[in-house]
Design a protein around this ligand. Structure first.
Ligand SMILES: C[S@@+](CC[C@H](N)C(=O)[O-])C[C@H]1O[C@@H](n2cnc3c(N)ncnc32)[C@H](O)[C@@H]1O
Length: 289
């Protein structure tokens, strides 16, 4: 079962323009919402390759996407060229990257993505690799923590938050998401029109750091265009300005790619009403010359 609602579903299909017989890549499979629609469009004869770094997502979605023309693999999207190569595939007609985390990951109380959860402060997309957020929060120096929260969370109060974290962890280890959220909230003055939880930016920063998200995105944006056939399309959905900047700059700098979305596409009022998560989604599409 997935609770994730795919964002910009119509715009993604229009942008990727999948046709019967196409080979298509979903680099961020998640709950498979976009993949299911892509599969309908490329049949008969096409093949979908779906990748996700999160083994739980691939396992769960493999139980629902059982078509024989779908191949679902646990992998970082930066490694898709090698993965396709092993399958004897050199190029594809379209690629989708729908960045960030899924509602299924957010709802999983054992992973720490939700600040309300008393689950461990983990935040890894793949819990089998890398360091958890708790390791960073309890181990980094105050200066490095402040820089990380500032750089990846664009949080003005990063120094104050880092100082408080260091003071608290001196007495007790910070082990749960809700514990960290309380610490961050206590550093941020309450304002009248607060629409997002004050802990949002700090959690975003930690998640980006733990998963090295910007590094993999930068690498993928260089590698994905090379996999496309001439006329092939790359569609990328980002959820915050740090991601969107990387996507925009990489597409503009690539002489082999023609950008089809002068301005990024955003959710309609109807979609916003049905899926509040789509509020910050920005879709950019480019075509290989
Ligand atoms: C927004 S969700 C995708 C949702 C999907 N489009 C759907 O309709 O259900 C993003 C997914 O990307 C995965 N992800 C994040 N970084 C990744 C990376 N570097 N390589 C592969 N998957 C990644 C996450 O684990 C998450 O499942």
């Amino acid at each position: 079962m997935t609770i994730h609602i795919p964002v910009l579903p119509i715009e993604v299909l229009e942008g990727m323009n999948p046709q019967p017989g196409d080979l298509v890549v979903d680099g961020t499979l998640g709950g498979g919402g976009h993949s299911i629609e892509l599969l309908k469009r490329i049949s008969p004869g096409g093949r979908l390759f779906g990748f996700d770094r999160d083994p739980a997502a691939v396992e769960e979605t493999s139980g629902r996407i059982t078509e024989e023309n779908a191949t679902l693999i646990v992998s970082n999207y930066a490694d898709i060229p090698e993965q396709l190569n092993q399958l004897g595939v050199e190029s594809v007609q379209s690629i989708l990257l729908d960045l960030g985390l899924s509602s299924d990951q957010l709802a999983d109380r054992d992973r720490g993505f939700s600040f309300q959860s008393d689950g461990p402060l983990d935040l890894r997309f793949n819990p089998l690799g890398g360091e958890s957020a708790a390791r960073l929060v309890n181990g980094l120096s105050e200066k490095r923590l402040a820089n990380l929260i500032y750089e990846f969370g664009e949080e003005r109060l990063s120094r104050r938050i880092a100082r408080k974290i260091v003071r608290i962890r001196h007495d007790e280890k910070i082990e749960t998401a809700s514990q960290l959220a309380r610490i961050v909230r206590s550093c941020v003055p309450r304002t009248k029109n607060q629409t997002i939880d004050p802990a949002t930016r700090t959690f975003q920063a930690l998640r980006i750091a733990v998963n090295e998200e910007l590094k993999w995105l930068t690498i993928a944006m260089k590698r994905m265009p090379k996999l496309l056939t001439p006329g092939g399309r790359l569609a990328v959905i980002s959820f915050h300005s740090l991601e969107d900047r990387i996507v925009k700059q990489a597409l503009n700098a690539n002489e082999q790619m023609k950008v089809l979305t002068r301005k990024p596409l955003q959710a309609s009022e109807t979609e916003l009403a049905a899926n509040p998560r789509s509020r910050s989604a920005k879709l950019r599409v480019a075509e290989k010359l």
